[in-house]
Design a binder for this molecule. Structure first.
Ligand code: UGA
Length: 347
């Protein structure tokens, strides 16, 4: 069986490649315009094409046509870009992905589409959970262009679902909830605004002794999942093809739900324990507009309901404390691997 991973060189993609090669039961073909995060990952079961999925369409078409399953990870998943370059975000997160969907339809290939927890939008309360098949999707005004990413992802999901209804596409959609682990993002110069996701900002600040910026006070919540366990969720989807046909799955760990202010405290404690030092980095508030620019609005998230995937045998177990210890430890062991460089590469 052969699996094509589009966006194989990104954070999630590089971990999926590693996971699938360790299983050794499938040929894996990867495409990405960067191979940096794949350094040291490879073997006879892996073929890699250094190519831009958005432009090298002939190559992509050939890769899709010869695969049994396509995993589509092509995306900008970085909120600073949603604000700074909203049209490029639609171009990549909807139009490029739509082209991939249509090629899967044409070639009769199964599609596993990575979407986003962000499709749920924002909530007024913290009481509920995000359910794949029940929860309504709710966004802010058009003038807050942060939501353009969620809209693009939602429309893509709806198009894929409609193809499923028409019977011309076999698909499964995965909604990731803040995967975390080695290689997540590039570190940045301490004090940088915008840029990569929250972990890289906070770690960069801790390494440089600068402040951890809490956007709008850090009162919103996220749930963090070990990327290794996210790869195992994909394994369940691959192994249970019939059961997962035409389904949407949250992939996250509701036990690891935390406010961003709480996440900052945990990171600081973990960093101090690992380095045996007392960090001088203060936690300071900053407005979302000052940090990301006009058009930013934060998304508060409910933790995911994960019963659907749990019924198929997947259960995340790595606690946030353990996850932070492992991930910060990895960055401390690889001081030259990832930064400081900004902004983070897409995919
Ligand atoms: C991003 C993407 O938009 C999602 O598609 C993706 O699913 C998600 O990452 C993910 O990694 O799964 P978000 O959770 O908003 O969504 O990403 P972050 O940039 O990591 O922000 C998390 C929270 O931390 C936000 O409230 C943000 O305002 C805050 N933040 C970020 C800070 O308080 N300080 C910082 O230095 C950086």
């Amino acid at each position: 069986m052969s699996i094509a991973i589009l966006g194989a060189g990104g954070f999630v993609g590089s971990h999926l490649v590693e996971y699938l090669l360790a299983r050794g039961d499938r040929q894996v073909v990867g495409v990405d315009r960067s191979a940096e995060k794949l350094a040291g990952i490879g073997g006879s079961g892996f073929t890699f094409h250094l190519a831009d999925v958005r432009r090298d369409t002939e190559l992509v078409d050939g890769v899709i046509a010869s695969a049994e399953t396509v995993i589509d990870l092509v995306a900008y998943a970085n909120p600073s870009l949603y604000v700074a370059t909203p049209l490029e975000v639609v171009d990549t997160n909807f139009l490029t992905n739509l082209d991939i969907v249509e090629r899967c339809v044409r070639h009769g290939v199964k599609l596993i589409q990575y979407s986003s927890a962000e499709v749920y939008g924002s909530f007024d309360d913290h009481t509920g959970v995000a359910d794949e098949d029940e929860t309504a999707l709710r966004y802010g005004p058009v003038q807050k262009q942060r939501w353009i990413y969620a809209c693009a992802k939602q429309l893509l999901e709806r198009v894929i679902h409609a193809h499923g209804l028409r019977g011309d596409l076999e698909f499964t959609i995965i909604r990731p909830f803040n995967f975390l682990g080695p290689r997540i993002d590039y570190l940045v110069e301490p004090g940088s605004m915008g840029g990569p996701r929250v972990f890289a900002h906070f770690l960069s600040a801790l390494l440089g002794g600068g402040p951890l910026h809490l956007v709008d006070g850090g009162s919103v919540s996220r749930t963090f999942l070990a990327v290794s366990e996210a790869s195992e969720a994909l394994g369940v989807v691959l192994d249970q093809r019939e059961a997962t046909r035409s389904q949407i799955y949250n992939v996250g760990n509701p036990e690891n739900n935390v406010t961003i202010a709480g996440f900052a405290e945990l990171m600081k404690t973990s960093y101090e324990e690992l380095t045996g030092t007392v960090s001088p980095s203060p936690l300071i508030d900053i407005s979302g507009v000052a940090f990301y620019g006009e058009g930013y609005e934060d998304a508060d998230r409910r933790p995911p309901r994960i019963d659907k995937l749990a019924r198929l045998g997947w259960k995340p177990e790595i606690s946030l404390t353990m996850l932070l210890r492992d991930t910060i430890g990895w960055y401390l062991d690889h001081p030259d691997a990832l930064g400081p460089v900004s902004p983070a590469a897409p995919f």
